[in-house]
Design a protein around this ligand. Sequence first.
Ligand SMILES: O=C(O)CCC(=O)C(=O)O
Ligand SMILES: [Fe+2]
Length: 243
Amino acid sequence: MQKASDRPFHHYFGQLPLNPRYETLGIQDPASLEGAQRFTSIMWPAGNDRFRESVHSFSKVVVELDQMVKRMVFDAYGVGRLYDSYKASTTYQLRCINYKSQLTNETTDVGLIPHTDKNFTSILHQNDVGGLQIKTKDGEWIEAAPSSPSSFLVLASDLFMAWSNDRISACEHQVVLKEKKARYSLALFSYIRDGVVQVPEEFVDDKHPLKYKPFGHFDYLRFYETDEEARKSKNPIKAYCGV
Ligand SMILES: O=C(O)CCC(=O)C(=O)O
Ligand SMILES: [Fe+2]
């Protein structure tokens, strides 16, 4: 397998001791023709137009959904003025995820252990094999069953929480594999490519003191990737840049 990205968390993952059934490949900038082409040429040096077209057209639509949701949230929180510059510094990764149906002597139903994502937003789409669960604010796990085959789930991740000075919570989720079939899902992750992530001044006042220092998104990912303690922490983004 060719390592095709120097960005943290943009490469292949699989055979992880905590998540043995989870395996995923990341496609960088999937909504651009160049991004879809770059990945396709790595996997199929002789070309695969159908795959490239599917990645590109799927990602374009899901990126539009991401932008629409974020614009609504920025407007609702009174910081619509920041949306365009935020959008200009956003980059995307599409992760194609496979949960193996069975491993030899495999007994675990763990697909993915409980976590929050380390990006800004995640948009998830799963096949007919369910398993995604979301933790409510009361600490209860609920099934996130799609209402139709074309359902998408938009989750706020660590960056959305830090940027909003904790007004928005990062969504804790996990995958529990109850069926014997293979499970496939697609996750579009958004990242801040340039500059620092900073809490807007509108979110800070006497009642809401600043909770996060300005930080770079990829610096946070590198910290998380290399720091064992950070990965064990209940709230790694607070450990990284909490005030
Ligand atoms: O497979 C899913 O539905 C969720 C994937 C996920 O949470 C992740 O890759 O971070
Ligand atoms: Fe996740």
